[in-house]
Design a protein around this ligand. Sequence first.
Ligand code: PRP
Length: 219
Amino acid sequence: MITLALSKGRIFDETLPLLAAAGIEVLENPEKSRKLILPTNRPDVQVVLVRASDVPTYVEYGGADVGVCGKDTLIEHEAEWGINGLFQPLDLQIAKCRMSVAVRADFDYAHAVRQGARLSVATKYTAIAREFFATKGVHVDLIKLYGSMELAPLTGLADAIVDLVSTGNTLKANQLVEVEHIMDISSRLVVNQAALKVKQSQLRPLIQTFTQAVAARAA
Ligand code: PRP
């Protein structure tokens, strides 16, 4: 049996066509079912639904053989726990977005980030934020949040946020402006290294089909 860890939403939706290229069809809709283990048309493949930030943990410890998660999630996981026994063979080029710094439109960011200044930054992505501002030589007070980051500058909790931006609609709806583009984000295939050896005959073809499907799309 191959177990694939996915998170609901964009990653799940955008992984489906890649699975289809490998002849794998998930037989239940996670938006309608309460099941956490979803069968597929292949008796030897199942999907487990986990929180996005739990995907590396499931794959690393063998709760799943493979998983799909964002580059952001991998960086944060690595900073907190290290990455052991986790092989990253492929950028799937799905769930693309960017990690950015945003502030209130009336906030003088350029002045605030001059060398030696101090800035309060609210984010779920503390490792990425810490590294980014350290490189710029800006001292930051990081405030860890788990969601609705956009509220932080609006309520006076923080000067800035570091968050994912896709369409930019959430920032716009909350009168925030993007002032720095930290990095581009996309989702990666991650594989348990031990599973790659033990289940080689099942996993290698899957990785190969995904690789071809990603290349075909880019062409
Ligand atoms: C992300 C991010 C923003 C939003 C940006 O949240 O945190 O809130 O998407 O998208 P947009 O630029 O297209 O408006 P997500 O919906 O992934 O949920 P989260 O708050 O749990 O991270």
